[in-house]
Design a protein around this ligand. Structure first.
Ligand SMILES: [Fe+2]
Length: 262
């Protein structure tokens, strides 16, 4: 029973109320009371004096408590997500040594390039995780193919080319990655000219996050030549421009990670 009058608890109880709450009341106390009543029926009295100003103060206090609790929960959740993503990246690293560091380096490049090419994309928190986990589907590719030193035959290449789809399979349903992050996993081997895989998408049809990707298994100078000479064929010209403008910063990331790798 919610009341603005000074009804005694006994009177409320005899009228069938299992609990009584006097106005002004705290919404949090009300929720707590309802929860309690669901468990063990009990009579409880929360006495408060009347007054609109006081009611407002109670609301304000409750709201700040809710915000505080929500903030703390979000931090816990983000931490848990990061750990989960790191665990997945580590799983791939164990299977295909070197990819973990490669993934971190690519994540740094990609974030730097995104800041230049399309900063609003970074509002989607999934994007960074997508960069980090872009190759996670390789978990589903047999080791002997991943580690084969020589050239691959068509069947083997076909299996390697399934890794974006396997990655999407592994990660779909993970709320954190839905959106641009999952598109990066799905489309990071598409090419601007449509000659990539798995869907052969071209130009603007390739998700924007995925267009920021490039393969970095070459020396910095060779990679730069490669990027500039494939401007508009393999790569989105807008992303290539962003690359040129941030070249020094990207090179620093390359050097930092090379030291770690050594
Ligand atoms: Fe890949």
């Amino acid at each position: 029973m919610l009341t603005g009058t000074a009804t005694p608890a006994a009177e409320a109880q005899s009228a069938g109320a299992r609990a009584i709450l006097h106005k002004p009341f705290s919404p949090l106390d009300l929720i707590g009371l309802i929860d309690e009543l669901d468990e063990t029926p009990t009579e409880r009295l929360v006495a408060r004096s009347e007054g609109d100003a006081e009611q407002l103060m109670i609301y304000a206090r409750d709201l700040s408590r809710i915000v505080e609790v929500e903030r703390a929960q979000r931090r816990v959740l983000q931490h848990a997500y990061r750990q989960t993503v790191a665990a997945l990246a580590d799983a791939l690293e164990a299977k295909d040594p070197g990819t973990g560091l490669h993934a971190q380096r690519v994540q740094h490049y990609a974030v730097t390039l995104t800041e230049m090419a399309d900063p609003r994309l970074l509002d989607d928190a999934s994007l960074e995780y997508g960069f980090l986990l872009h190759d996670v589907g390789k978990i589903g590719v047999p080791d002997k193919i991943l580690r084969k030193p020589g050239p691959l035959d068509d069947a083997e290449r076909g299996l390697i080319e399934m890794h974006p789809a396997i990655g999407v399979e592994i990660l779909s349903g993970v709320g954190l990655l839905e959106g641009e992050g999952l598109s990066v996993v799905q489309s990071h081997h598409e090419r601007w000219d449509g000659l990539g895989y798995p869907a052969g998408l071209s130009g603007d049809r390739i998700p924007r996050g995925a267009r920021i990707f490039y393969r970095a298994a070459l020396s910095w100078e060779k990679a730069m030549d490669e990027i500039l000479s494939h401007d508009g064929s393999q790569f989105d010209p807008k992303v290539v421009r962003a690359f040129c403008m941030r070249e020094r910063q990207l090179h620093r990331i390359y050097e930092e990670f090379s030291i770690v790798a050594a």
